[in-house]
Write a protein that binds this ligand. Structure first.
Ligand SMILES: C[S@@+](CC[C@H](N)C(=O)[O-])C[C@H]1O[C@@H](n2cnc3c(N)ncnc32)[C@H](O)[C@@H]1O
Length: 186
């Protein structure tokens, strides 16, 4: 826990070859609707961000958050080339905060793909996510099966549970460890 993916690895993560194993439209389609507000912590250079922006459409918004400015710069460049820049806002996080306190109760979906294991204060992370979500808002967490053991994944889910996020399903996303949680209304 706590090792940050180096910026240069972000270039590999946006390689189109990744689509053979992880097609963003197929993974994200069931979770995203036009007009949604989506937050993506640990967006990297935006492998999933561009598809999120396509799916939320012109009335939607994607707030892409990363610890590293070089990742965000890579994402902005790719978003500009795809004509999606106006739907994507980039924010620089710190290890302590995602910087989304202005979005309390306004976020329909949070996508945390291959990032939770890098976060040192997972309890703080899940509390910030819960605060940002609308009642019944959704958090999709996907973690890599080799880096993240089953025990470590369940420990992360315990932190999410302490933040009062509820597990609703464990979708199959390749060989990854994946879970859908909601911010319960009551
Ligand atoms: C393995 S990369 C995954 C990138 C992207 N989600 C993907 O699947 O291609 C993890 C990313 O999370 C970012 N990250 C790590 N800790 C973070 C934190 N506390 N807040 C925001 N981003 C963080 C890293 O800088 C890196 O860009």
């Amino acid at each position: 826990m706590g090792h940050t993916c180096p910026w240069w690895f972000g270039c590999f993560l946006v390689n189109p070859i990744r689509r053979l194993a992880q097609r963003p439209s197929r993974i994200l389609g069931p979770f995203v609707r036009p007009g949604m507000t989506v937050v993506e912590p640990g967006c990297g250079m935006g492998y999933f961000t561009l598809e999120l922006a396509r799916l939320v459409g012109p009335a939607g918004r994607v707030v892409a958050v990363d610890l590293q400015e070089r990742m965000l710069a890579g994402l902005r460049s790719r978003a500009g080339a795809s004509g999606l820049a106006d739907r994507i806002e980039t924010r620089l996080a710190t290890p302590e905060t995602l910087g989304i306190s202005d979005l309390v109760g306004r976020v329909d979906l949070v996508l945390a793909f291959y990032v939770v294991h890098e976060i040192r204060d997972q309890s703080g992370f899940f509390a910030q996510v819960r605060d940002a979500l609308t009642p019944d808002g959704t958090l999709l967490v996907v973690e890599p099966p080799l880096h993240v053991s089953g025990v470590a994944f369940e420990a992360s889910l315990a932190c999410a549970g302490n933040a009062r996020l509820q597990v609703v399903s464990r979708p199959r996303i390749g060989a990854n460890r994946a879970v859908v949680l909601v911010n319960p209304t009551a």
